[in-house]
Ligand binder design. Sequence first.
Ligand code: G3P
Ligand code: CA
Length: 281
Amino acid sequence: MPNRVLIALVCWTWLPCCSADEPPKSPARSLIRQPQTLVIAHRGDSAHAPENTLPAFRAAIRAGAELVELDYYHSADGIPVVFHDKTLGRTTNAKDVLGRGDLEVAKTRLQDLKRLDAGLWFDRQFAGTRIPTLAEAVDAIHPQATVLIEHKAGDAATCVRLLREKKITAEVVVQSFDWKFLRDCHRLDPQLTLCALSGQTPNEERLRQIQQTGAKVVAWNYRKLTPQHIRTFQQAGLRVWAYTVNDSTVAKRLVAQGLNGIITDQPALMKRELLPGTPGN
Ligand code: G3P
Ligand code: CA
C-alpha cells in the first residue's frame, strides 16, 4: 500500500466521530434534521383546547404534531409550572379564587396555583382543568411527541436537573428568548438540543450571538423572516422554524421558501394542508 494511502487511512481511523462540542446524534437532533417540515403545536392544540394544559397537549398528539410546545415559569416555591403569561388573570379564575387576577405566576405557590381552574375561560367543557407542573406536562407528551420546552423564567440548572431525572435530555428541545439561559443550558449539558427564539429583525450580530449559545435551531417571528434570512441561517448550520403561523397559505409560502418547522395553534390544519396523508389526518 502506498505510504500516503496508509497515512490517510490511519488519520481517518483516529478521527473522532464528532468534535468536542458535537455530541453523538440524539433523537432530538435526528428529529430537527429530518427533511420533512415539522408541525409544532403552539401551547398544545391551543385552537381547540385551553393553552398549556394537558387536554391541549393530548389534542396536539391526536393531531399528529411532531413537537408540542409549552411555556414554563418557576412558582414562588421553585417548582417549574406550565403557563404562558406572567400573570394569572387571562387564563385562570385567579380573581375569584385568590382575589386578584394580576397575581404573578412566579409569586404564587404551587398549592395555590393548583387551586385555579385553567380550562373554564376557554370553554365550560374544560372546567376543572388544572395548571400542570412541567414534570406532569412532559409525562403527558413524551414519548408520543417531542416536547418543545419554552423557558420563560428560572435558572438553567433546575431545567437540566428535571430533564436528567426523567432521562430525556436527548429527547426534548429547549427554547428561550433569553439567550443567556441557552448558553447556561449548553454549558451544563451540551447534548441538549436548543432553539433560540426571536421576534427581532435577523442580522449578523444576532446570528453571531446565536452561534455562541450552542443552539441548533432558531424559531423566529414569521413576519420578520425573508427567504434570504432563512438561507443565511441554514448556511450557518441552523434549522429554521417560524411562529405563530395559523394561516395555511402563509405556511405553504414559508415551506416553499425552505422553512423547517411551523409553530401553530392549528396543528391538525397544518398537517392536513402541508403534509396530506400523514398520521393525524
Ligand atoms: O414557540 C414560539 C412562541 O411560543 C413564542 O411566543 O409568546 O407564544 O411564547 P409565545
Ligand atoms: Ca411559547
